[in-house]
Design a protein around this ligand. Structure first.
Ligand code: URA
Length: 206
């Protein structure tokens, strides 16, 4: 891993395409992923959303936020009046990590070391995309953008991420997969609070 980090920091991508080409040919830190899942969305997007890492579906399709959590995110974005296609969506970690349970690939949370290994990519892509507001979806994105862990419940809302050097505004909210894991009786309220957060995001991006 140390060698990979050195190689990446020596690379000097001149564009998002350049950077993506580097990501595509870099081996996963933890072996197993089918492919790197790159960020998606237009350069100069007003809003950038940062998730944790690709899930099973994302790993197969090679696109971020296309599985169950991504579908929930799409629905919430639409309800908040945010055009998903005009936004930039990416992940703190670019490869799916999992354990096998029978034939099922069960998502495994990235470690702090893995998050810091992938942070070079995230920083560069956000430099190229240059959004007005960066939204951290969940604790792993917060760790990547802040460089330290911060409890989401206390810091939810607008946030200055040290890692972004005060260049762009930040915003902290929950990860959509957290909503999927909640017991049924808690889901509706938590989902409504998530959509409220996204409405604030939409207003901040205007
Ligand atoms: N969860 C994430 O954090 N990112 C994805 O792309 C999909 C699920």
């Amino acid at each position: 891993p140390a060698k990979a980090v050195a190689a990446m920091s020596e690379a000097d991508p001149k564009s998002l395409d350049d950077l993506n080409a580097i990501i595509r040919r870099t081996e996963p830190l933890v072996p197993g992923a089918t492919q790197a899942v790159l960020g998606e969305g237009p350069l100069g997007a007003t809003l950038a959303f940062v998730g944790e890492q690709p899930g099973d579906q994302e790993d197969v399709q090679g696109r971020p936020f296309v599985g169950p959590a991504g579908q929930l995110l799409s629905r919430a974005l639409a309800e908040a009046g945010i055009d998903r296609g005009a936004s930039y969506l990416t992940n703190a970690v670019k490869h799916f990590k999992f354990t096998l349970r029978g034939k099922r690939r069960i998502h495994e949370k990235p470690t702090a070391g893995e998050v810091s290994h992938y942070r070079w990519w995230l920083d560069r892509e956000l430099d190229f995309v240059a959004p007005k507001l960066v939204v951290a979806l969940g604790a792993t994105a917060v760790l990547a953008l802040a460089g330290k862990s911060i409890p989401i419940t206390r810091s939810r809302g607008p946030f200055r991420f040290d890692r972004l050097d005060g260049r762009v505004q930040g915003f902290i909210t929950v990860h959509p997969s957290y909503l999927l894991r909640l017991p049924d009786e808690a889901k509706a309220e938590a989902y409504a609070a998530f959509v409220d957060d996204l409405r604030r995001v939409q207003a901040l991006g205007r």
